[in-house]
Ligand binder design. Structure first.
Ligand code: PHE
Length: 342
C-alpha cells in the first residue's frame, strides 16, 4: 500500500535527520518539521479526505502509529542531547579549587593620614581630646580673637583667601582654640587637626595643607610642660634619641612665643643636607597663650595659664619619610603612595 511506504519513508527520514542533529534546539525545529501544525505527519492526516471511506479507519490508525513512533523517537533523542549538553556545561563550569585566587591589592593610608593618626595617638595618650573646627571661619576667630586686630602687621604673615569681607578659609587651626575656650572652661587639653589654606605655593608650601593644633589651659601651666610634651612627641614620632629646643619667636596669640626645633633624625644632630648643616629642624610654632586671648574667651589670666602649639602635618610627614616635595602628597600617584605601608 502506498500509505505504508509513505509512513515508512517519513519515519526513516525523521530518524536519520534526528540522529544527525547535534543540539536540542535544532532537534525541536526538526520535530516541528514532522509533527508541527505544518508538518509532514499533519499533512498526511489532511490527505485523509481523499481516501475512500472504508479505508479511512486503517489510514487513521497507521498515521497515529507513525505519530506515536516519531514522538517516542524524538523524546529519546532529546534525552540524549540534553544529557550531552548538561555534561558539556558542567565541564565548562568546573571549578578548580586548587587554582590561585585573584588577589586584590589592598590600599594603604595616605602618609598625611598616617602622621595625623599617629599624632592623635601620641597626644590622646597624654589625655588630649580631639576637636575639629570649621574650615570656613570668620575673621574674628581666625584673627581678631587671636589678638590680631585688623591693622596688625601679623596679618601679613599669612596670605589669606577671603570669601567675603567677614568670612575666609581659615589660615590656621589656632582659630579652633577660641571656639574651644569659649565653650569649655579649664582644665582644657585639646588637639585640633584639620585643613588650612594660604595663598602660598612652592616645593615646601601648598595652598591647602594640614595642621595639628594643641592647647592646654589649667592652673600653673608653664613652658616646661610644653617642652616635656614635645620631647615625648619627638621620641615617638622621630627617634628615641631625638631632642627638642625652643627658640624665641613671635605670634600675636602667644607670649612668649617659640619656634620648636627637633634634632635632625637623619644625621643625629651632627649636621647634614637635610638640616642644612645645623643639626636641627624646625617643626612647629608654639608659646604660652597670650593673656589677652584668655581674656577674649572669658578665662581669667591671673588664675589660669596655658600653652598652645601648631604644627604642619605635611611638614612632619616630609621629615619623617624623607619626602622632598610637598606636591607629591597631593598628586595621588599610587607608585608613591604605595610605599607607605609600615
Ligand atoms: N598658628 C601658628 C601658625 O600657623 C602656629 C602656632 C599655633 C603658634 C599655636 C603658636 C601657638 O603658624
Amino acid at each position: 500500500m502506498e500509505l505504508d511506504r509513505d509512513t515508512e519513508n517519513i519515519e526513516a527520514e525523521a530518524t536519520r535527520e534526528a540522529d544527525a542533529v547535534s543540539d536540542s534546539r535544532a532537534l525541536y525545529e526538526l520535530k516541528m518539521k514532522f509533527l508541527g501544525r505544518m508538518g509532514k505527519v499533519t499533512a498526511l492526516l489532511k490527505g485523509m479526505r481523499e481516501v475512500a471511506a472504508e479505508l479511512r479507519p486503517a489510514f487513521g490508525k497507521r498515521v497515529n502509529e507513525l505519530r506515536e513512533a516519531l514522538e517516542n523517537m524524538f523524546a529519546a533523542r532529546e534525552e540524549v542531547l540534553k544529557r550531552k549538553e548538561m555534561e558539556a556545561k558542567l565541564a565548562e563550569e568546573k571549578i578548580d579549587v586548587t587554582m590561585h585566587g585573584k588577589r586584590r591589592a589592598a590600599g594603604t593610608l595616605h602618609p598625611v593620614t598616617r602622621v595625623k593618626n599617629r599624632l592623635i595617638d601620641i597626644f590622646a595618650g597624654m589625655g588630649f581630646e580631639v576637636y575639629e573646627g570649621p574650615e570656613i571661619e570668620s575673621e574674628y576667630y581666625n584673627f581678631t580673637a587671636l589678638n590680631t586686630p585688623a591693622d596688625h602687621p601679623a596679618r601679613d604673615m599669612q596670605d589669606t583667601f577671603y570669601l567675603t569681607e567677614e568670612f575666609l578659609l581659615r589660615t590656621q587651626t589656632s582659630a579652633g582654640q577660641i571656639r574651644v575656650m569659649e565653650k569649655k572652661k579649664p582644665p582644657i587639653k585639646v588637639l585640633s587637626p584639620g585643613r588650612v589654606f594660604r595663598s602660598d605655593d612652592d616645593a615646601t608650601h601648598s595652598p591647602m595643607f594640614h595642621q595639628m593644633e594643641g592647647l592646654v589651659v589649667d592652673k600653673g601651666i608653664t613652658l616646661c610642660d610644653l617642652q616635656g610634651m614635645l620631647d615625648e612627641f619627638a621620641h615617638v614620632m622621630f627617634s628615641e634619641t631625638s631632642k627638642t629646643r625652643l627658640r624665641p619667636s613671635y605670634f600675636p596669640f602667644t607670649e612668649p612665643s617659640v619656634e620648636v626645633d627637633v634634632s635632625c633624625a637623619a644625621c643625629g644632630g651632627k649636621g647634614c643636607s637635610l638640616c642644612k648643616g645645623t643639626g636641627w629642624i624646625e617643626v612647629l610654632g608654639a608659646g604660652m597663650v597670650n593673656r589677652r586671648v584668655l581674656q577674649n574667651c572669658g578665662i581669667d589670666p591671673d588664675e589660669y595659664s596655658g600653652f598652645a602649639f601648631g604644627m604642619g602635618i605635611e611638614r612632619i610627614a616630609m621629615l619623617k619619610y624623607g619626602i622632598n616635595n610637598i606636591k607629591l602628597l597631593t598628586e595621588n600617584d599610587v607608585r608613591f603612595l604605595g610605599q607607605f605601608k609600615d
